[in-house]
Design a protein around this ligand. Structure first.
Ligand SMILES: *[C@@H]1O[C@H](CO)[C@@H](O)[C@H](O)[C@H]1NC(C)=O
Ligand SMILES: *[C@@H]1O[C@H](CO)[C@@H](O)[C@H](O)[C@H]1NC(C)=O
Ligand SMILES: *[C@@H]1O[C@H](CO)[C@@H](O)[C@H](O)[C@H]1NC(C)=O
Ligand SMILES: *[C@@H]1O[C@H](CO)[C@@H](O)[C@H](O)[C@H]1NC(C)=O
Ligand SMILES: *[C@@H]1O[C@H](CO)[C@@H](O)[C@H](O)[C@H]1NC(C)=O
Length: 292
């Protein structure tokens, strides 16, 4: 009985996969996004090798930086103990950044710690088409396979920093309730938000159903319950709490597929962002298990 119970529990546990899509969609985006969840710390560990530092804080590989953050405060990329030998920052389209030309400039320190500090001069802007994953390679260029590489996402206006799911406290009972979160960062003026919407996405038909609508300061959900939480500094959490009962997520959204795919769509200024999150739920009602 114990073994059977354990097998059921394994089958019932929710599993997640997160996908990050943007106009520069790539596998790299997915990997780097997953890394971005780590905490920001005020000290870069001495053993960290190549690191990113901004405003005195150490940032992990795959961190996001709003263009205003690096105008003109520098984003330092450092490899301690190495002398610069062709190191560079490279744009999302793969071209090397020329440190002496706008809109992205840099200050260079060759030794004792190879450093290239990226910034946007006051009065300059990157265009939304320059959004995306920038990489810093030290001490040699990015084309050198033995160089050290670290990624930073630099964006205009707004970005989805993270999407995640809060698990129910007991996954063995129906109905299940779980909460999706989408963390928006960037521009502090909500009047700039044209879309901040959650969708339920049908992989099979390619159609989507809008669950929540965000516009400027408004946010409301027609299926499920949601709220917008203001964390300050342009950071907002758009939540959506859903109830899943057997085949149905909530009334009106049912599926024979057990992968529940949700999409968060953000449009700020001229920038459009998407992020997908998949929630896998068990195929059968698990409520009878609670008696074991
Ligand atoms: C170079 O890096 C080392 C180790 O991180 C640090 O102790 C030292 O202060 C740095 N030197 C300069 C000039 O930044
Ligand atoms: C690559 O990006 C740089 C800076 O973002 C831009 O100046 C350049 O025109 C772009 N090149 C191509 C081929 O898109
Ligand atoms: C940063 O992430 C990229 C992509 O996963 C990886 O190739 C690179 O080695 C990482 N750099 C560091 C310093 O961890
Ligand atoms: C799911 O929804 C459909 C249509 O709204 C309904 O007919 C069906 O009984 C529901 N199934 C469950 C298990 O609630
Ligand atoms: C998803 O699309 C398939 C194929 O078109 C359809 O059979 C199914 O009912 C759809 N599910 C939902 C939840 O819309």
């Amino acid at each position: 009985m114990h073994d059977r119970f354990a097998v059921y529990i394994r089958a019932l546990v929710f599993t997640f996969a997160c996908y990050s899509y943007s106009r520069e969609m790539s596998l790299l985006t997915v990997v780097a996004f997953l890394l971005s969840v780590s905490e920001v710390t005020s000290q870069c560990p001495p053993s960290s090798g190549i690191y990113l530092m901004h405003n005195g804080d150490c940032y992990p590989n795959g961190s996001y930086f709003y263009d205003d953050d690096i105008r003109p405060e520098q984003l330092k990329c450092t490899l301690p103990g190495f002398t610069l030998n062709g190191g560079e920052w490279v744009t999302p389209n793969g071209s090397s950044i020329y440190c002496s030309t706008d809109p992205l400039r840099c200050d260079v320190v060759s030794a004792p710690n190879a450093t290239i500090s990226l910034y946007i001069p006051t009065g300059q802007d990157i265009s939304p088409s320059d959004d995306g994953w920038y990489k810093c390679c030290l001490p040699t260029s990015c084309s050198d396979t033995s160089t050290n590489i670290i990624f930073a996402n630099i964006f205009r206006w707004g970005q989805i920093e993270d999407t995640r799911v809060d698990l129910p406290s007991d996954v063995t009972v129906l109905p299940q309730t779980y909460t999706l979160h989408a963390i928006k960062i960037g521009h502090q003026n909500q009047l700039n938000t044209n879309y901040a919407d959650w969708y339920y996405y049908n992989e099979s038909s390619g159609t989507s159903t809008k669950l929540c609508r965000g516009y400027n300061d408004e946010y409301s959900c027609s299926i499920g319950n949601g709220m917008k939480v203001n964390y300050g500094n342009g950071r907002y959490d758009y939540t959506l709490t859903l109830t899943w009962n057997e085949e149905n997520i909530t009334s009106g959204v049912s599926s024979n597929y057990y992968n529940r795919v949700y999409m968060f769509h953000l449009e700020v200024g001229l920038a459009t962002r998407y992020r997908y999150i998949t929630v896998k739920v068990p195929a059968t009602a698990p409520s009878s298990l609670t008696s074991h």
